[in-house]
Write a protein that binds this ligand. Structure first.
Ligand code: ATP
Length: 234
């Protein structure tokens, strides 16, 4: 479904992504793990068109993405939940969800999909009129995920959904990610919490200083000596 071929991304003179190649197949949860500054967010932002690669290609269902604008990429079926959520703080929960459907014109279907998001996240339903800026961190993460689902993505890009959340909430969020995947959405998950990410993913790639250092099934990587030492606390 998604194929990255020898991708190279720079910030001025800083070479952040170096010949990165990987793929995500339809129906999978693939996780990209790595420590601070490894290039995980840069990779996601390049897929969603916010950053441009200097070299290499990104193919989505065999179409080249790196020539398209971010909104054209959303229209193709890719939606990103950015790091730090970036919800609209001065809008209500309900309005934030409507914003996620800004490119759609099917009003009745949009309403239907908001109902579906409320089924996945009952917490958001209880707070539908509340200003998003007053939600807790976990609730904001749920809202950001719900908003991303409103464009009916085929591929959902998640950037560190566990960041800043209490362990119990992290568990909840990961259970929901699994559920979203089981209802047909392919997922690329970027995480520093390798334990949790490997527990729900089918396959994984380890990114180290802008390069893919290891890859395999999530089970293989969870058992790998070097992954255990570097990312799973021994
Ligand atoms: P984190 O988990 O800390 O967000 P990450 O793996 O997502 O880390 P990136 O944010 O992709 O890492 O950063 C990769 C490299 O690119 C880092 O060395 C970082 O300092 C650099 N970088 C990121 N954003 C910029 C920027 N706007 N300008 C210059 N360098 C940047």
């Amino acid at each position: 479904m998604l194929v990255l071929e020898e991708l190279n991304v720079y910030y001025g003179a800083i070479h952040a992504i170096k010949d990165v190649s990987f793929q995500v197949n339809k129906g999978e949860i693939v996780t990209l793990i790595g420590s601070n500054g490894a290039g995980k967010s840069t990779t996601l932002q390049t897929i969603s068109g916010i950053l441009r690669p200097r070299k290499g290609r990104i193919l989505f269902t065999d179409q080249e993405l790196s020539v398209l604008s971010p909104s054209a990429i959303v229209a193709k079926g890719i939606s990103q939940v950015p790091e730090g959520r970036k919800i609209f703080a001065n809008m209500s929960v309900y309005e934030n969800l409507e914003m996620g459907a800004y490119m759609r014109r099917d009003k009745a279907e949009i309403k239907n999909d908001i109902t579906k998001v409320f089924k996945i996240f009952p917490r958001l339903d209880e707070r539908r009129s509340q200003l998003a800026g007053t939600l807790s961190g976990g609730e904001q993460q749920m809202l950001a995920m719900g908003r991303a689902l409103m464009s009916r993505p085929q591929l959902l890009l998640l950037d560190e959904p566990s960041m800043g959340l209490a362990p119990i909430l992290v568990k909840q969020i990961f259970a929901i990610i699994k559920e979203i995947n089981e209802t047909g959405t392919t997922i690329l998950l970027v995480e520093q919490n390798a334990n949790m990410a490997l527990s729900i993913a089918h396959r994984a790639y380890v990114l180290e200083t802008g390069k893919i250092a290891l890859s395999g099934t999530a089970k293989e990587l969870a058992c790998s000596e070097s992954v255990r030492k570097a990312y799973l606390g021994g």
